[in-house]
Design a protein around this ligand. Structure first.
Ligand code: EPU
Length: 416
């Protein structure tokens, strides 16, 4: 198994180019299954998750090619509306094929995703939404079977603005009869881009980027091309490393996607400079402790909660971090404490008492973002940190060691 070895305590300086967003490309790949013909998606990050999605799309019958960040999907050969357990269990985002495949075939069979490292993560909103559009949904041997010769548009109100359920129901609804209104829809930039992509395919979605989507069903979609938005979570991860260790510029980003994160970074005393599509963070003389609560967009993303906890470990005082999106998403905390941090967990609240220094240790990643927080923490700690189970980081971060090395970090990967 591979490991990442970090010799920490060194300053970081330089510029890092941000890759396309994982959470934007995965649903758009699924959307490309809805049309006959070739759609092209550019700026696609080469990640374990994008490769898993390619495998799944090939099983479904699509012809996919992926070279140098350009992905082409030929949906004309799609013939098998089924997502097997083996793939869904390694990547929950496989569930995104549910909406597109019922829209195209009137039936779909998708393995029910299980729990994940930090809790149950249900899919009830996705299923209830499909039922409201007229689908018959059943569970058989761990698989969700959904059927409806033709979905019927309806007003659906989500109890919570779920990213995945908004994406899935929007994809199911674009070719339904009549109009679907999704109230309390997710406003995340990744969902906004999915809707824009479908509009390029001939869908009729208005209210894109707001919490109310109005989707007027169209008879047919056609292939389209799109460039993936920059990954705001990758950008935030590098900015937090910079705020702890020096001066880091993230390039090719959309600064407005990072507003909540940049304003929290400024509260630590760090200097933020925005120039076009680049953001530079310069660390504060004295890192101030800053409380943070995650929320749906435009709030502070849960996908950067673990990295924020890591940053606060060396703050000059105590801070409180609350995750309101995923209450159990704190598997990084015991690992961070192995480096000498002082973090106490009470339900969905982490209380971090800043310490003067951290010391490298062997730690283990438990999910994508916990891994990113442990890498930042290893860079902040003196001495050597070994990070194991790094397949998690490869799911969501492209060339992460090379990107950190270009900033002056001493980080490498070894095979054991
Ligand atoms: N929820 C339900 N029922 C549902 C769906 C969601 O109760 O049917 C709850 C969840 O349990 C959670 C909340 O609603 O408490 C939000 O979940 P959401 O559906 O918004 O999350 P998701 O679509 O499963 C996506 C990202 C996650 C990110 C969340 C929140 C993708 C592929 N995944 O997940 O990203 O944390 O939105 O922003 O887009 C990651 O990239 O590391 C990652 C986990």
């Amino acid at each position: 198994m591979d490991k990442i070895i970090i010799n920490g305590g060194k300053p970081l300086e330089g510029t890092v180019k941000i890759s396309g967003a994982k959470n934007a490309v995965l649903p758009m790949m699924a959307a490309a299954l809805m049309v006959d013909g070739i759609s092209t998606i550019t700026r696609v990050p080469n990640l374990r998750d994008t490769r898993t999605m390619i495998r799944l799309m090939e099983i479904i019958g699509a012809k996919v090619s992926f070279k140098n960040g350009t992905l082409t999907v030929d949906g004309s050969t799609v013939n098998n509306p089924e997502a097997p357990y083996d793939l869904v269990k390694t990547m929950r985002a496989s569930f995104y094929v549910l909406g597109p495949l019922i829209a195209r075939f009137g039936e779909v069979k998708v393995s029910l995703p299980g729990g994940c490292a930090w809790g149950p993560r249900p899919v009830d909103y996705h299923l209830k939404g499909l039922e409201e559009l007229g689908a018959k949904v059943t569970l058989d041997s761990g698989y969700i079977l959904a059927e409806s010769p033709k979905l019927q548009g309806k007003t659906i109100r989500f109890e919570y603005p779920s990213v995945g359920a908004t994406g899935n129901i929007a994809m199911a609804a674009v070719t339904a009869n009549g109009t679907t209104i999704i109230e309390n829809a997710a406003r995340e930039p990744e969902i906004e881009q999915l809707c824009l992509f479908m509009n390029k395919m001939g869908a009729d979605i208005s209210g894109v980027g707001t919490d109310e989507l109005t989707i007027t069903g169209v008879k047919q979609l056609h292939p389209a091309d799109i460039e993936v938005i920059p990954d705001r979570v990758e950008a935030g991860t590098f900015l937090m490393a910079g705020a702890a260790l020096g001066e880091v510029t993230v390039q090719d980003v959309v600064p407005k996607h990072l507003k909540a994160v940049l304003s929290k970074l400024e509260e630590t005393g760090a200097k933020i400079e925005i120039k076009g599509d680049a953001v530079t963070v310069t660390k504060a003389e004295n890192l101030a402790p800053v409380d943070m609560t995650t929320a749906v967009f435009p709030g502070f993303p849960t996908d950067l909660q673990a990295q924020w906890v890591a940053l606060m470990m060396l703050a000059n005082g105590s801070s409180v971090v609350t995750d309101t999106v995923y209450h159990d998403r704190f598997s990084h905390v015991p690992e961070l404490n192995r480096l000498g941090a002082n973090i106490h967990l009470e339900n969905n609240v982490a209380i971090i008492r800043g310490v003067k220094k951290l010391l490298g240790a062997s730690v283990m990643s438990t999910d994508i973002r916990a891994s990113a927080s442990l890498i930042n923490a290893g860079l902040m700690a003196e001495g050597q940190t070994d990070l194991s189970r790094i397949y998690h980081i490869d799911r969501g971060y492209e060339n992460i060691e090379a990107k950190y090395r270009a900033l002056g970090a001493d980080i490498s990967r070894i095979s054991e």
